[in-house]
Write a protein that binds this ligand. Structure first.
Ligand SMILES: CC(C)(COP(=O)(O)OP(=O)(O)OC[C@H]1O[C@@H](n2cnc3c(N)ncnc32)[C@H](O)[C@@H]1OP(=O)(O)O)[C@@H](O)C(=O)NCCC(=O)NCCS
Length: 331
């Protein structure tokens, strides 16, 4: 059986930087509040006209170049995103068009902050069965255009950023490298703890002028509730992966958690009994970029030399659904 090996990663964020001080001008918030509660200093937001598939394309080009491959080498696209460019079709099709590889299948994975690890698990299964040999897995997200940028929406608005990350995954004969194990979970009874209600198919039309007057067209979250679940689920699902692979946390070179809040990452490190030097963190620069977060981290950590050949990585995510997931990867 083949192993799914990540051979490269790339990322791209929009040029526009929005600092906490910029947000102070839009709503009643402060740099101090945002830094203390979340660790975030700035994030990147798109300009009018930029698209989810456009960000994904830029990240994919870098990942392909670093892998020494071209788009023509790809035989499957897995596109993790909450949002497509338009209501439908999925972002994977728009990305495939830009890559100019007609006929190559494109699968959208819609699992919010856990989307990249869900996508990694899907890619892993397709490689293992021998169906595909070279998979482009992308996480790309535009959150900024969905946020309520008034004081009413400040709890959500300060958290999220836009960006994309991509990895190239190839079939490899070395069973000891690549994706060692993946673990996926969901519990839909918590769907409404972090969700966006409108526009909705239950209404005809799906969006009315009256709806636009309410906060129900914006993402809603019970922040403390989400926080409490996250700090429990992250260590739990990482331990599940460690047990499945028969390794200890001490053997892991770097934990790459989904970047939702620096306080969550610190609490997870404490519960795992490891120092923050073993937890990758770049939330300060990007905020929470949902499905794009983990591939952006992989790309940056690899470029910085924090990930070296043969390193053991633990990836973990938690988010809306609730969904949560983990993976162990030998780089
Ligand atoms: C959102 C989050 C940072 C809020 O931090 P918190 O310490 O729980 O703060 P609370 O929600 O209890 O709010 C405390 C106060 O700050 C206020 N506040 C909320 N957002 C604010 C902002 N951006 N700026 C200033 N004040 C803000 C609240 O209105 C509240 O005021 P009150 O005490 O007068 O009612 C935190 O709950 C969190 O990170 N949750 C998880 C988020 C997450 O991970 N989401 C994505 C999952 S993938």
């Amino acid at each position: 059986m083949k192993s799914a090996r990540i051979v490269s990663a790339g990322h791209y964020v929009p040029e526009r930087v929005v600092t906490n001080f910029d947000l102070e001008k839009m709503m009643e918030t402060s740099d101090e509040w945002i830094r203390e509660r979340t660790g975030i200093v700035e994030r990147h937001w798109v300009k009018e006209g930029e698209t989810v598939s456009g960000l994904a394309f830029e990240a994919s080009k870098i990942a392909l170049e670093r892998a020494g491959l071209t788009a023509q080498d790809i035989d499957f696209i897995v596109f993790a995103t909450m949002m497509s460019d338009y209501e439908f079709p999925g972002g994977g099709c728009f990305l495939q068009e830009r890559l100019e590889i007609p006929g190559v299948p494109a699968l959208d994975v819609r699992n919010q902050c856990s989307g990249f690890i869900y996508g990694l698990s899907v890619a892993d299964q397709f490689i293992k069965t021998g169906m595909y040999k070279t998979i482009l897995l992308v996480g790309s997200e535009i959150q900024s255009t969905s946020l309520d940028l008034t004081t009413r929406g400040r709890d959500m608005a300060v958290l999220f950023g836009d960006g994309a990350g991509a990895v190239v995954i190839v079939a490899d004969d070395d069973q000891k490298r690549g994706v060692l194990t993946t673990h996926l979970h969901a519990d839909g009874k918590y769907s409404k703890k972090l969700w966006a209600e409108w526009p909705s198919v239950v209404h005809h039309p799906r969006l009315t002028p009256e709806m636009l007057e309410t906060d129900r067209i914006y993402p809603q979250m019970e922040g403390r509730y989400v926080f409490k679940h996250a700090v429990t689920r992250f260590p739990e699902v990482i331990h599940e992966a460690l047990d499945a692979a028969g390794v200890t946390i001490g053997e892991v070179d770097l934990v790459i958690p989904h970047q939702a809040n620096l306080r969550i990452t610190e609490a997870v490190a404490q519960r795992l009994g490891i120092g923050m030097d073993k937890m990758y963190s770049n939330i300060q620069k990007y905020g929470n970029t949902t499905a794009a977060t983990i591939p952006i981290c992989l790309s940056e950590a690899w470029a910085e030399g924090r990930i070296k050949d043969g390193d053991l990585l633990a990836l973990a995510a938690f988010g809306s659904g609730f969904t949560w997931a983990s993976a162990l990867v030998r780089w």
